[in-house]
Design a protein around this ligand. Structure first.
Ligand code: HEM
Length: 527
């Protein structure tokens, strides 16, 4: 019910009373039609088990804005594959590793498109960019570009100095902060550092420079954008209310995104001008490494099949937009969860510090090449990804065609949720599922790379997270570097409150505020 409640609250904030009344009356009149023609079970034959739901609203009155939790409880009643209607949209929820393998591996081709929401349509330039493109030639081109040009092992290694300078820069900055004995918001610092890392990968600039007003503004715009995208929008589920935009989310996103669009436009124009000038002067255009913008703007193909001889500006802008959205908060909130879980478990912290001091010593910062030698850290990170998958329902997929799963009929364009958050809490999948116990991964080959269906923080298969090597590396790197360089003191109520805040990703409800105290000689920070 909280979902509907929050809808009416936000509707009340955003639109006039008469508009709310008009929407309510439209919904009420629409009730009559399905009452006459019947509910979900009549128009979805041989559906997987699930609640019958209300006319028009389907199961919305029974859901909160914490869908991953609601679905976890519903799976206990209806089983590992259940169905429901969200508004008038059919949806299925997958809640066991076996069922996830059936859907995401055995019938991968049927489940490889995405569900698009109203706000996502805006930020992805009408689903023309990589994350939300339907499975097809355009998506293939974009994915290939990212994998072969920007996230290939070679390109990945080329960006190593950049990652090191971001992480070490953060440690040095925190050292200065530590002198004033001040609390820091770990997620916020990690977000800024990661956003700058992504912005360098994308356009070779520190766009989120905290010391500059423009950088702070950029960060604020992104936080706002992420908040709006993470709000459930009834227009997506009950199309009749769409023209009214009752929660005002479309208006909000258009306003914020309008500014970002102008910014992307400027970035592209500047880059094209730089390229044009270099051609005129006969100079080599780039002294720096090729970034994503260079690669996308110089893309040319005569492959008739993909229909893209060049990439239109809307796709280039969509790629910029999606990289910031996919690559920042996901990783920074994982770092925050990791810090919270480690700091509240002294036995884990002790083992980790012992390992770090043995491998790294105390006369330098952690570097990336230390990570493969830190076996316990690797187990800790798997456990963080298990209990706190940033995207708890992966990014909802959508069926390309009608198909059958486990003998049930799944309609075309059905919303598909895979509850990786729920699987992490299921005692049939994990022993002591709620315990933060990195030891469970010691000597185990289970990994987060998409082969083990009980651990899918990055999804799996052809639509799996393309940025996972970067995210995986950065979570290890940040956790190791922050814990090795500082001792952290947090108020116990903040540390021990593991409540969640739901947005685009699942964040720690009470931000982790902590005071850093240097663990290494001053010369290491001042170098
Ligand atoms: C801890 C951090 C991250 C988590 C938990 C995460 C999680 C995910 C998940 C669950 C998916 C959907 C997978 C599926 O449908 O099977 C996804 C897709 C994606 N992610 Fe990530 N991600 C993270 C970081 C990143 C980073 C750093 C980038 C890029 C710089 C990135 C770029 C993408 C893209 C482009 C897709 C869409 C791939 C496609 O549809 O082909 N992600 N991510």
């Amino acid at each position: 019910m909280a979902l509907l409640h929050s809808f009416f609250l936000s509707a009340g904030e955003c639109v006039s009373g008469s508009m709310v009344l008009a929407v309510a009356m439209s919904i009420a009149s629409y009730f009559l039609i399905p009452m006459v023609f019947g509910g979900r079970h009549k128009n979805w034959k041989n559906a997987p088990p699930g609640p019958v739901g209300w006319p028009i609203l389907g199961s919305l009155p029974h859901l909160s804005n914490r869908l991953h939790e609601d679905f976890f409880h519903m799976a206990k009643i209806y089983g590992p594959l259940f169905s429901l209607n969200l508004g008038i949209k059919p949806a299925i929820v997958v809640s066991s590793p076996e069922m996830a393998a059936q859907v995401l591996k055995e019938r991968e081709g049927m489940f490889s498109s995405r569900t698009i929401t109203e706000t996502i349509r805006v930020i992805s330039y009408d689903a023309h960019s990589i994350i939300f493109s339907p499975y097809g030639p355009r998506w293939k081109v974009l994915r290939r570009i990212l994998i072969t040009e920007l996230l290939s092992p070679k390109a990945f290694e080329q960006f190593e100095p950049l990652r090191t300078s971001q992480v070490h820069g953060l440690l040095k900055y925190l050292y200065l902060v530590s002198k004033s004995n001040t609390q820091v918001n770990i997620a916020e610092y990690a977000f800024t550092a990661l956003a700058n890392l992504v912005s360098n990968f994308v356009c070779s600039k520190d766009l989120f420079d905290n010391s500059m007003p423009e950088g702070r503004k950029m960060k604020e715009r992104f936080w706002e954008l992420i908040k709006v995208i993470g709000t459930p929008n009834f227009s997506d589920l009950i199309p009749i209310v769409k023209p009214f935009d009752p929660q005002g989310l479309k208006r909000k996103i258009n306003k914020i995104f309008g500014q970002l669009d102008a910014f992307y436009e400027k970035l592209i124009e500047e880059r094209l001008a730089e390229k044009g000038k270099a051609q005129l002067d006969g100079t080599i255009p780039y002294k720096r490494k090729m970034d994503m913008l260079d690669v996308l703007l110089s893309y040319e193909s005569n492959d008739k099949e993909n229909g893209l001889d060049r990439l239109p500006k809307s796709i280039v802008k969509g790629m910029l937009s999606e990289m910031f959205i996919a690559g920042t908060e996901t990783t920074s909130s994982t770092v925050e969860w990791g810090m919270a879980e480690i700091l509240r478990k002294p036995s884990v912290l002790k083992k980790l510090l012992l390992e770090l001091d043995q491998v790294v010593g105390k006369d330098r910062f952690v570097v990336e090449s230390d990570i493969p030698k830190l076996a316990y850290l690797q187990a800790v990170v798997k456990e963080v990804f298990r209990l706190h998958p940033g995207v708890p329902l992966i990014i909802p997929r959508r069926t390309n065609e009608a198909c059958e799963v486990a003998g049930y009929h799944i309609p075309k364009h059905c919303i598909v949720y895979v509850n990786v958050w729920g699987m992490a809490r299921d005692p049939n999948v994990w022993e002591d599922p709620l315990e933060f116990k990195p030891e469970r991964f010691i000597g185990s080959s289970v990994d987060v790379k998409g082969q083990d269906f009980n651990l899918l923080p990055f999804g799996t298969g052809r639509r799996s997270c393309v940025g996972w090597p970067l995210a995986h590396r950065m979570v290890h790197y940040y956790l190791a570097a922050l814990l090795h360089a500082f001792q952290w003191e947090s108020p116990p109520d903040v540390l021990n409150d593991l409540g969640e805040r739901v947005g685009l990703t699942i964040q720690k409800g009470k931000s982790l505020l902590s005071t850093p105290k240097p663990r290494l000689p001053a010369s290491v920070y001042e170098r």
